[in-house]
Design a protein around this ligand. Structure first.
Ligand SMILES: [Zn+2]
Length: 372
């Protein structure tokens, strides 16, 4: 999914022609297209770009490569500033690569490959995950959810139909045009802990306390968008490949925001796992793109993270002491990045109506056992 930042002039370096172009960001690449957005002039990795302010208002961007003579000139200062900001932020992300699709015949072969890969992990899990058939991952996600939910302190699922409909409406608006590998399946579970997590196969579990802790439906949408970012990149499947063979499959299903409480209940087996710094960054970046694409306020994730960090500093201290979150980006770093990524000028409309939000907050007015 591409994010449009504005217009500029493209010089291809071989002819004198000036071409008016649009500047887009597509994950970690800057893309230049014609004004209709159809024809691509150039696609450059943001990590390889140089920004040069030729005056107070004009910025030139070019590839940091002696052989490259093409460049783009941005005369709109605001556009130039946001391009520079994105380049700086996106440059820190790992390079996206396309992997060849390999189709495996059986579940057993997937398991074998996963175990073989363990020696090279986690470097390869990012690529290996593309070899896992989606149908298999979807089945896995379902069974993981059935195992996980009873392991949480309360095991009732919340299922008031108007609330569920509002949640689905929210996800539909967010995911439109975002090309997710799975249609998200969301379950709200009764709990006193505010948290959410993405399981394999696009399954997202939201603990009901989250609905009380968020200040607005937009803030909840930001939390959901972050989880959808993990779905987009199949992070939980990557984590599963990472821990395959070590017998600590549970380890990856810690809550995303307040890991500590669940750590305590599931135990030491989870010590080695948490989403990596890069995974969290990927999910955050995708969340902001997704929210802006949907015209939803993208500042909510930062405010939610701050709130959770403040309210659960004890849990964080515990998990940090265990080394559990050691590779996790510090909350403040994520908040700063999110605040920079979020475009305060972006056009926003509320993600849910007041009535829908009321329904969603009351989703636990009807509950059921997981098996029901
Ligand atoms: Zn996360």
């Amino acid at each position: 999914m591409k994010l449009l930042l504005g217009n500029a002039e493209f010089f291809d370096g071989t002819s004198a022609a000036v071409r008016n172009c649009q500047i887009w960001f597509d994950y970690d690449e800057m893309v230049l297209t014609d004004l209709a957005g159809d024809q691509e002039y150039a696609r450059w990795f943001a990590a390889k770009l140089l920004c040069d302010w030729t005056s107070q208002t004009v910025m030139v961007v070019e590839l940091n490569k002696p052989t490259s003579t093409a460049y783009v000139k941005i005369t709109n200062t605001e556009t130039a500033q946001s391009v520079e900001r994105k380049i700086r932020l996106v440059a820190g992300l790992p390079k996206r690569e396309n992997t060849k699709k390999i189709v495996f015949g059986s579940l057993a072969s997937i398991a074998l490959i996963a175990v073989a890969l363990i020696f090279f992990l986690p470097v390869f899990s990012k690529y290996a995950v593309h070899n896992v058939p989606k149908s298999w991952e979807a089945e896995l996600g379902k069974s993981v959810e059935e195992t996980l939910i009873p392991a949480l302190s309360e095991e009732k699922i919340c299922k008031a139909s108007t609330g569920q409909a509002a949640l689905e409406q929210m996800a539909k608006r967010l995911t439109k045009g975002m090309d997710l590998p799975f249609d998200p399946v969301m379950t709200v579970v009764e709990s006193k802990i505010p948290n959410a997590f993405a399981l394999p196969g696009g399954r997202i579990t939201i603990l009901s306390k989250t609905l009380e802790v968020v200040d607005s439906p937009d803030e909840l949408a930001a939390v959901l968008a972050h989880e959808l970012g993990h779905v987009k990149h199949r992070h939980s499947m990557q984590q599963l490949i990472n821990v395959a063979g070590t017998g600590i499959v549970f380890s990856m299903f810690i809550g995303d925001f307040t890991g500590g409480s669940i750590v305590a209940s599931v135990g030491e087996s989870m010590l080695d796992s948490s989403y990596s710094r890069d995974m969290e960054r990927e999910a955050d970046l995708f969340a902001v793109q997704m929210l802006e694409n949907a015209g939803v306020d993208s500042t909510g994730l930062a405010s939610f993270l701050e709130k959770i960090a403040a309210e659960h500093s004890e849990a964080n201290a515990l998990t940090q002491a265990l080394g559990f979150l050691s590779s996790h980006p510090p909350t403040q770093e994520r908040v700063d990045t999110l605040n920079e990524l979020a475009d305060p000028e972006a056009k926003k409309t509320p993600v849910l109506s007041e009535w829908q939000w009321e329904s969603l907050k009351n989703i636990c007015s009807e509950t059921a056992e997981l098996s029901a």
